[in-house]
Design a protein around this ligand. Sequence first.
Ligand code: SAM
Length: 283
Amino acid sequence: MTNYSTSISIPSIANPNKALWEKGDFTKIAAFMRQSGEAIADSLGIRPQMKVLDLGSGDGTTAVPIARLGAEVVGIDIARNLVEAGNKRAAAAGLRNLKFQEGDACNLQGVADHSFDLTLSVFGAMFAPKPFDVAKEMVRVTRLGGRIVMGNWIPNDPTFVSQVLKISSAFTPPPPDGFVSPMTWGVESHIVERFGRAGIPKEKISMVKDTYYFASPDTSPTQLIESFETFYGPTMNAVEAAQRSGKAAELHNQLVELAKAQNKSKDVGTLIPATFMRVIVSI
Ligand SMILES: C[S@@+](CC[C@H](N)C(=O)[O-])C[C@H]1O[C@@H](n2cnc3c(N)ncnc32)[C@H](O)[C@@H]1O
């Protein structure tokens, strides 16, 4: 398959975005996301040999099932540990049509123009710090007649992930000047403006609310929250700040209360829905 390798390794210290995602181990959260990752893959009309880029792919929640459907898939992620975990999953599944490599959604240098039939980013590119550059790059690498599909969390939405991020940020020191909240990718006017500047008219963008599930038959909502606190960069930062201000228990209780209140599982397990914005851009 084509080699889209960019792999210039940037020291984490110089890149807070990279450091944030390499800090924890997102694979532990992704373990709760496999079912919905498969459902998204099934919804995309994947055909064999289709060329797909999964941007901010993590360890392959969507990239793995898309490759199983026969597409040629490249997962690009800023976190080296997640790229390694993704390549291990691809090898274990015997998927030779899937590879993961390090790269930054703000600058996909080394990836040729119009390379992909589908550029997908499910809760991935939304976390890159320069959203106008991200939109431009996604448009650039997608072929004419192709599609971009994004899944983005929605600010102030009452469901799980928006609330986890909102609670976490209330315990974290304010971000530096010029920081653009990733949650703005869940707002229609920002989505239209960002793709507009990349040359895409509003009529070519559709946005619809959809539901994602965090699911595990044998893990409780409290254990899910402990995984966020231990392995999910944004929540880990909140925990560290809360420990410094003596508010760690308050943060923990708020998160556990949220997870328990939103859990739909009828037994010991976890089934927590979370609303997101599905964005589809025709190129
Ligand atoms: C919430 S996780 C989602 C991972 C995966 N899409 C999934 O559904 O399991 C966000 C991912 O975006 C990646 N990411 C954050 N900023 C990025 C950037 N600038 N370029 C590429 N990936 C980025 C993170 O490393 C992380 O894997």
